[in-house]
Ligand binder design. Structure first.
Ligand SMILES: C[C@H](O)[C@@H](O)[C@@H](O)[C@H](O)C(=O)O
Ligand SMILES: [Mg+2]
Length: 436
């Protein structure tokens, strides 16, 4: 018997990362990595844990949204949910009154992500498997039955999705074994946040090189001369053969993006990430076209609202790297749709990660992508940042710059009770002390 959800609790948990400029970029200069942290309580011993990611202020708004959605969840059994997961996704995203707040975007959608992440965590725990393995073991029809195809059937139908998954079945066991022994390739963003000094960047970069890292992301976009200096510095340190990516976090207008990045082309970045507004699909297409002769691709997705936006970015050849996000899209359900569309358009998926807990979650999705969808590691890697893992009960395991597949049952969302208590906003000990 699968458990029934009898209560949902949600907490505002914030980590004061801004004090040391961790996570800083051209637009988000002082992020306090935070979560709206959800626990599904059931009529059994099992619980489901989930969250979405925020930058501090406003997390209380997401908490309210989760509370509103909870009314749709309490009283449902897991059996009833997973028997028609597409229907359950629709229930949360298409409530005829609440959808006005989105639809499928903004606060209400990240709140949906938090709730659905907890449901997937609960399901994987009930099956006694890590989430990636639950997905890998599902047959194509069952996987596809979790996806809401509304608004994307012009690009991907249910039947096509099943066919893509069937086609990728060959070599699956071998890829699973490979992941278990080698892990999934990662890149690091931890060396080069915008607020770090040159000295700090050099030190962290030297440490990372010693630790076996070969792919590095640098924040740009505040000041062109600073960017030239920092790109030169990091390129000198990592040498010509390691990979460099740059990330502007939406700083520029379209033409400005093209001229600014052209100036940085000599440092050979693989991609420019979020050059402009995440909503500007045609702008991304223009930038992609202009930068192609330099061999620089456009990456985006960490603030892409939903599968419909990804569909258009792909249709318009507006991105060369798809950055899915475990806490912005409607959880695993919507990420499955995006991974399959990316595969159809032959665009590699390189997930956005980092923040607090995003590495823990997204590793499951990218393992599934490799084993069951893309079957390729070409031009693919998953972001990693080295912050806040100690607050999770099943933290990520990195070996030689690769994510090793998680083994514990669930979606790796559970935080330590002591951390939740200490960092709860505004009454946790850490915040009480900071505000003294
Ligand atoms: C505010 C955050 O740290 C962002 O800077 C971060 O998610 C970043 O865009 C990334 O790609 O890791
Ligand atoms: Mg980014």
């Amino acid at each position: 018997m699968l458990p029934k959800i009898i209560n949902v609790t949600v907490k505002d948990v914030r980590f004061p990362t801004s004090t040391e400029q961790h996570g800083s970029d051209a637009m988000h200069t002082d992020p306090d990595y935070s979560t709206a942290y959800v626990v599904l309580h059931t009529d059994s011993e099992l619980k489901g844990f989930g969250f979405t990611f925020t930058l501090g202020k406003g997390t209380e708004i997401v908490v309210c949204a989760v509370e509103s959605l909870s009314r749709l969840v309490v009283g449902k059994s897991l059996e009833e949910i997973v028997r028609d997961f597409r229907g359950f996704y629709r229930l949360l995203t298409s409530d005829s009154q609440m959808r006005w707040l989105g639809p499928e975007k903004g606060v209400i959608h990240v709140a949906t992500a938090a709730v659905l992440n907890a449901v997937w965590d609960l399901w994987a725990r009930a099956e006694g498997k890590p989430l990636w393995k639950l997905l890998v073991d599902m047959d194509p029809e069952q996987l596809v039955s979790c996806i809401d195809f509304r608004y994307i059937t012009d690009v991907l139908t249910e039947k096509e999705a099943v066919d893509l998954l069937l086609k990728a079945q060959e070599g699956r066991q071998q890829r699973e074994d490979q992941m278990l022994s080698e892990g999934y390739p990662a890149y690091t963003t931890s060396c080069a946040w915008l607020g770090y000094s040159d000295q700090q960047l050099q030190q962290l970069c030297a440490d990372a090189l010693r630790g076996g890292w070969t792919r590095f992301k640098l924040k740009v976009g505040a000041d062109l001369e600073d960017d030239v200096r920092r790109c030169r510095l990091i390129r000198q340190m990592i040498g010509p053969n390691n990979t460099l990516m740059i990330d502007a976090n939406q700083k520029w207008d379209v033409d400005e993006a093209v001229s600014w990045v052209s100036r940085l082309a000599e440092f050979k970045p693989l991609w420019i990430e979020e050059p402009t507004s995440p909503d500007d699909i045609l702008g991304h297409a223009t930038i992609s076209k202009a930068l192609a002769p330099h061999g620089i691709g456009v990456a985006t997705g960490e603030q892409c609202h939903n599968r419909v936006m990804f569909k258009q970015l792909l249709q318009a050849s507006a991105l060369q790297f798809v950055q899915i996000d475990s806490c912005r899209l409607g959880s695993v359900n919507e990420n499955l749709a995006v991974m399959l569309m990316a595969h159809k358009f032959k665009v590699p998926v390189c997930p956005h990660s980092g923040g607090v807990g995003l590495c823990e979650l997204v590793q499951h999705l990218i393992l599934f992508d490799y084993i069951c969808v893309s079957a390729s590691l070409n031009n693919r890697m998953c972001e990693y940042v080295d912050h806040l893992h100690e607050h999770f009960t099943s933290p990520v395991v990195i070996k030689d710059a690769h994510y090793l597949p998680p083994k514990d049952p669930g979606y790796s969302c559970e935080m330590l009770d002591s951390s939740v208590q200490r960092y709860q906003f505004p009454d946790g000990e850490v915040w009480l002390q900071m505000n003294k």
